[in-house]
Design a binder for this molecule. Structure first.
Ligand code: NAD
Length: 261
């Protein structure tokens, strides 16, 4: 186990990719601070499941990742609960699909806050602890949309390109501190975030969800398979390993060929 006696924050880990990463880091022995929205009983069930995976403990912090004061408290409470913050996975994210002219200003602000600014706030708070410890891993879940664009996703694409930029700056500032900062860039993953987009497309076109799943993959992902949370979690574990200790500011892409086109 490569993360025994270490502690990890995974933002947005009550669902999808974040939950997959939390499970994998727990299996490597880490204490896990879960975060994200959801029904209290369902979150407690997830906490218990994560606590049962490895020798580490699991706790939950309800920080709204659009609120800087709550984010600072998430990092402080993790350090107080587990004694350290060794791994920080910035994963919480939302989506809204609309042309720029009719993109709701409130959705733009929320996406930039949750998908981009939250990572600045977590890194700002966690970095002094990691530098003091002489070891840390910052993993930003960006997207293919951090590298290329799609129509009607102005806020998401802008925020994810920003995450890649933030990753590079943190990487340079962390050089020779024992702390690394890298990004993971998934293509389509079949989580609630994407399921909502597929259902909206099917409703709009009068087609089935299955037809729209195939269409979505066909438009972007030559391999025609969704990337899975487990595949992305394995990349996160790799970034925590000694083999990745000289990786700084990189973008690990798992997108079935999307950005190779
Ligand atoms: P998801 O909807 O399954 O999970 C999102 C998580 O973020 C949930 O736990 C949710 O509660 C949490 N969250 C949302 N708003 C929050 C807030 N204000 N404060 C705290 N938590 C909040 O989505 P997912 O697909 O697992 O997405 C996870 C990350 O992966 C996101 O950053 C997303 O942009 C990125 N991503 C997803 C895909 C994909 O195809 N699903 C592709 C590339 C990148």
């Amino acid at each position: 186990m490569i993360l025994a006696n270490k502690s990890a924050i995974v933002t947005g880990s009550t669902s999808g990719i974040g939950l997959g990463i939390a499970r994998a880091l727990a299996a490597e022995g880490a204490n896990i601070m879960l975060n994200g929205f959801g029904d209290a009983a369902a979150i407690e069930k997830i906490r218990q499941e994560i606590a049962g995976i490895g020798p580490g403990k699991a706790a939950y912090h309800p920080a709204d990742m659009s609120k800087p004061a709550e984010i600072a408290d998430l990092v402080a409470k993790t350090a107080a609960t587990f004694g350290s913050v060794d791994v920080l996975v910035n994963n919480a994210g939302i989506q809204h699909v609309a042309p720029i002219e009719s993109f709701p200003i409130e959705r733009w602000d929320a996406i930039v806050a949750i998908n981009l600014s939250s990572s600045f706030h977590t890194i700002r708070a966690a970095l002094p602890l990691m530098k003091k410890a002489g070891w840390g891993r910052i993993i930003n879940v960006a997207s293919t949309h951090g590298l290329v664009a799609s129509a009607e996703k102005a806020a998401y694409v802008a925020a994810k390109h920003g995450v890649i930029g933030l990753t590079k700056v943190a990487a340079i500032e962390c050089a020779n501190t024992g702390v690394t900062c890298n990004a993971i860039c998934p293509g389509w993953v079949l989580t609630p975030l994407v399921q909502k987009q597929i259902e909206a497309r099917a409703a709009e076109k009068g087609t089935s969800v299955e037809q729209e799943e195939k269409a979505l993959l066909g438009e972007k992902q030559p391999q025609l398979k969704f990337t899975t949370p487990e595949q992305l979690a394995a990349l996160a574990v790799f970034l925590c390993s000694a083999a990745a200790s000289n990786m700084q500011g990189s973008q690990l892409v798992s997108d079935g060929g999307w950005t190779a086109l």
